[in-house]
Design a binder for this molecule. Structure first.
Ligand SMILES: [Zn+2]
Length: 344
C-alpha cells in the first residue's frame, strides 16, 4: 500500500512533465504497463489472504483509474499542441510570389524553317526530306559537279567510311542532292522545298558552323523562265521580310544551275542607308539560285527539251541571324535558355 501511495503522489508530476506524445507513452508504460507497480500488485492479489484481497484490489483499481485519467488528459493536451505545431509548419503564405512554369516553344531554327515552308506551300510546293548521309553521285555527280571540283576536296566535305568503299559516301554538303532524288521519283511538274541539316568541314566562327540547315527549292515544268524564278523568290522575300522588301539578283556560279545568281534583299533594318545588319551597303545576300542546268535533267532522265526549271538554296541560320540581329551562329546551337526565350 505504501508503494501505491508513493505512486499516487509522484505520478501527476511525471505525467505532467511528459513533453511529447512519445515521452508520455514511456511514462504510461512505466506507470500502468505490464511491468509497472500497478500490474505487479494485480498479479499479486491471489497470494493475499482472502479478506485483504477486495481492499487492496479496490485501492489498486482506484489508483489505476486515476492514472489512466491523468494520462488521457495529458495526451489530449499534447495532441492539440502537436496539431497546432503542424498547422504552423504547413502554413501557406499566400502573399509569396508564385513559381513561373517555363513554357516550351519551337526553336528559332524550327520556326524559321516552318515559316519559309508555309510561304512555299501556299504557292503549291510540296515538302520533302532526304538522307543526311549521301552518295557522292547524288551530292555531286548528278548535280553537274565533276570529280575534280574543289568542293569535293576533303578540306570542304566530310566523307564517311563504310565497309564497302566502292561507293563514295559523305555527309551531304547541301540539301541539293534531293533535287536529283526527287526528280528520279517523280514525273514533272515538280514544285518542292527540302529543309534539312547539312555538313561542311568548317571550323566554328561567328558565321560558320560544321553543321547548319538549308532550304532547297526546285520548280520544274514546261516553259519555266528566269522571270518565274525572280517572281517566286521576290514574293518569298516580301512575305518573309516584309511587303516593302526589294530584291536584286547578281550573277554567280553554281555547277548545277545556268545561269546562276545570288539574291539580295533590301536591308530591313536601315532601308538602304547602311547599318550593322547589312554591313553597310543596304543589301543582304540571302540565297543562291539559278535555272536548272540541262546536265542535271540528263542525270535524272528528264528531257531537257521538254522541261525547264529553277532551283534555289538558302541557309536557315544566315536568314534567322540577319533577321534577328544575332552576331554569332553558336547562339543557335548552344541552346542557352536566355537566348531561346527571346525568340520563343
Ligand atoms: Zn542595313
Amino acid at each position: 500500500m505504501d508503494a501505491l501511495e508513493t505512486l499516487q503522489a509522484e505520478a501527476p508530476a511525471r505525467i505532467g512533465g511528459a513533453g511529447s506524445l512519445d515521452e508520455l507513452k514511456a511514462v504510461e508504460a512505466d506507470l500502468v504497463g505490464r511491468s509497472s507497480v500497478v500490474a505487479e500488485m494485480r498479479r499479486g492479489l491471489g497470494a493475499l489472504p482472502p479478506d485483504e484481497r477486495p481492499v487492496v484490489g479496490q485501492a489498486v483499481n482506484k489508483v489505476a483509474t486515476e492514472l489512466a485519467g491523468l494520462i488521457a488528459a495529458r495526451r489530449s493536451v499534447l495532441e492539440l499542441e502537436a496539431e497546432n505545431r503542424l498547422l504552423l509548419e504547413d502554413a501557406v503564405d499566400v502573399t509569396l510570389p508564385g513559381r513561373r512554369i517555363a513554357g516550351g516553344a519551337p526553336h528559332l531554327i524550327t520556326s524559321t524553317i516552318d515559316e519559309i515552308i508555309d510561304i512555299f506551300v501556299s504557292l503549291g510546293y510540296r515538302v520533302a526530306e532526304g538522307p543526311e548521309v549521301e552518295t557522292g553521285w547524288y551530292n555531286f555527280d548528278a548535280l553537274n559537279t565533276p570529280p575534280d571540283h574543289p568542293a569535293r576536296a576533303e578540306s570542304d566535305t566530310l566523307y564517311v567510311e563504310f565497309g564497302d568503299e566502292s561507293d563514295e559516301m559523305l555527309l551531304r554538303t547541301q540539301t541539293s542532292p534531293m533535287q536529283a532524288r526527287y526528280m528520279q521519283q517523280h514525273e514533272p511538274p515538280v514544285y518542292v522545298v527540302v529543309p534539312g541539316r547539312v555538313y561542311r568541314s568548317d571550323t566554328l566562327d561567328p558565321t560558320h558552323s560544321p553543321v547548319f540547315h538549308q532550304m532547297e527549292g526546285l520548280a520544274v515544268d514546261e516553259d519555266i523562265t528566269f522571270g518565274d524564278l525572280k517572281g517566286t523568290l521576290s514574293h518569298f522575300a516580301k512575305e518573309f521580310f516584309g511587303p516593302d522588301t526589294e530584291t536584286r539578283f547578281l550573277p554567280h556560279f553554281f555547277p548545277f544551275t545556268e545561269p546562276s545568281a545570288e539574291m539580295y534583299v533590301s536591308c530591313f533594318a536601315c532601308d538602304g542607308s547602311g547599318c550593322r545588319v547589312c554591313g553597310g551597303p543596304g543589301w543582304i545576300e540571302i540565297l543562291g539560285c539559278g535555272m536548272v542546268d540541262p546536265n542535271v535533267f540528263d542525270a535524272v532522265e528528264y528531257d531537257p527539251s521538254a522541261v525547264t526549271g529553277f532551283a534555289f538554296g538558302m541557309g536557315i541560320e544566315r536568314i534567322a541571324m540577319s533577321r534577328h540581329g544575332l552576331t554569332h551562329i553558336k547562339h543557335l546551337f548552344e541552346n542557352d535558355v536566355r537566348v531561346l526565350e527571346q525568340f520563343g
